[in-house]
Design a protein around this ligand. Structure first.
Ligand SMILES: Nc1ncnc2c1ncn2[C@@H]1O[C@H](COP(=O)(O)OP(=O)(O)OP(=O)(O)O)[C@@H](O)[C@H]1O
Length: 466
């Protein structure tokens, strides 16, 4: 028996489809608008959703990607009206499994459902057979396991994947695991760091150029899109891609053709696109900073990599892994650690996630010199604080309070402005502390260097000297 959700504002359609599904032995639920449908999908674990496109509170395609991510990862069958000739094409583009046209034929409905359920069964069986080849992802918390299940699905498919999550959670790592376990594993994994693309050279860097096309172009050069032929193109920090390049990229994605700077001829590149961001691209698109058509194309599949603070049970395994790896690399005996050391690590919030943990352990190992055991003493003060009971923590924090942005003349700023000021204050202090060394600052903050450059640019914080 399958669980079927029907979202349609036409009551008679809901009743008709529900009656047919019930007769076929399935459990049905109905919703009359998008918000109700999403709420039902969030609570139930549906196998299939029948979705009408024109609903009182919006267009069905706008929620299709969201629906597919709901618990149970339902397949979506679109119900299109006779007056919507493009409905089916659009539906497939947005990841629908099938479409049925009004007026509905009961035989058509039953056939579509049989096929979709058969497909789900086969998919489940394949997933059980397909084991991820990777020893790079450490952790066995339910949150990381769920993420790896999605990675398995992504590796078995050719769809574009958008990896979301905070800085340092392992988005690039997951993208590499998808590539290594996919049919493209033998070909290149090409990284484009969208936050660090030099404005004047973006086009040539991505698409290549021909000799003489601009000053300094003294030979033909291939671009990253060409290198990714038959492999994977990974757009890291895709939210930072300039708008003009977003437009150019959309075309490349649609046609898989590009034109090197100064060339009259188009070239083909058959790449699979993976992208990552720590920004809310939906929000960015609403503000005009990201093209929604590109967002839909990027995110046929979405994988959110959870924060380390939401999977604290992985901290122990990650600590064991990184201490052993670091000691081995340095040809030193593997060090142990005290329970209090682990307490501090497990209670800290890790805003820089796994990258911050990895860097912290490296520093602790360096601090410990030849001591065979790591203690809280080897950790930075803010981390030692996290291991203290709450009462002691509060008094210590009072002693070492960080300057907060002022609320000028009693006026309360928007949370966005407040956060921006907090970030700017933090960055200024960090730059003073590190003497302007961006690499060191990135390490302390648990950010990638390119992300640190992007933040410094955004907040205009000084980089004192190299
Ligand atoms: N589950 C994990 N197991 C082992 N190492 C991990 C794990 N997750 C992340 N790492 C390591 O943490 C570091 C940061 O990971 P990665 O660069 O993939 O993060 P990210 O989310 O892409 O960061 P950013 O958004 O800042 O670019 C890397 O060295 C990576 O190997």
């Amino acid at each position: 028996m399958a669980k079927v959700l029907i979202i349609d504002d036409d009551n008679s359609i809901c009743e008709l489809v529900a009656a047919k599904m019930t007769r076929l032995g399935h459990e049905t639920t109905t919703g009359g608008c998008l918000s109700e449908g999403l709420e039902l999908a969030r609570k139930g674990r549906f196998d299939v959703v029948f979705l009408d496109l024109n609903l009182p509170d919006g267009h069905g395609l706008n929620v299709l990607p969201k629906l597919r991510e709901m618990p149970g990862r339902p397949e979506v069958v679109i119900i299109t009206g006779a007056g919507d000739p493009d409905g089916a094409e659009k539906a497939f583009k947005y990841g629908a499994w099938d479409f049925v046209q009004k007026p509905l034929s009961m035989a058509g409905l039953a056939l579509s459902l049989t096929r979709v359920l058969q497909y789900r069964e086969e998919k489940k069986a394949n997933q059980r057979k397909f084991l991820l080849k990777s020893d790079k992802v450490i952790g066995s918390s339910p949150a990381i396991k769920q993420c790896l299940n999605q990675v398995v699905q992504a590796a078995a498919s050719e769809a574009g994947v958008l990896l979301t999550g905070s800085t340092g959670v392992g988005k690039e790592l997951m993208a590499r695991v998808i590539h290594e376990n996919s049919s493209r594993a033998q070909n290149e994994f090409v990284v484009v760091d969208c936050a660090a693309l030099p404005e004047t050279l973006v086009e040539s860097l991505l698409f290549g150029h021909v000799k003489g096309s601009f000053t300094g172009a003294d030979h033909d050069a291939g671009g990253l899109v060409g290198h990714a032929h038959q492999g994977v193109l990974f757009l890291d920090e895709v939210g930072e891609l300039p708008l003009a390049m977003q437009k150019a990229f959309l075309r490349v994605l649609q046609e898989h053709c590009y034109r090197p700077v100064g060339s009259k001829k188009e070239r083909k590149s058959d790449f699979r696109l993976l992208a990552a961001t720590n920004r809310d691209l939906g929000e960015l698109a609403a503000l005009g900073g990201f093209r929604s058509d590109l967002l839909y194309r990027l995110g046929a599949m979405r994988i959110n990599v959870p924060d380390l603070s939401h999977r604290r049970q992985d901290i122990y395994e990650l600590t064991l892994h990184y201490i052993a790896r670091n000691c081995k690399e340095q040809n030193k005996p593997i060090k142990g650690f005290s329970p209090e050391f682990l307490d501090c690590l497990e209670q800290y919030d890790w805003p820089g996630n796994v990258r911050e943990l990895k860097n912290t352990l490296e520093t602790a190992l360096a601090q410990a010199l030849d001591s065979p055991t790591l203690y809280p003493l080897h950790l930075p003060a803010h981390l030692r604080l996290s291991g203290l009971p709450q009462s002691e923590k509060t008094s210590s924090q009072e002693c070492a309070s960080i300057p907060q942005p002022a609320f000028s003349q009693g006026k309360i700023p928007s949370i966005r402005d407040y956060r921006a000021e907090m970030d700017a204050t933090y960055l200024r202090n960090l730059m003073v502390h590190t003497n302007g060394k961006v690499k060191e600052a990135a390490k302390i903050a648990g950010l990638s260097e390119s992300r640190m450059h992007a933040l410094l640019n955004k907040h205009g914080a000084p980089r004192l000297r190299k």
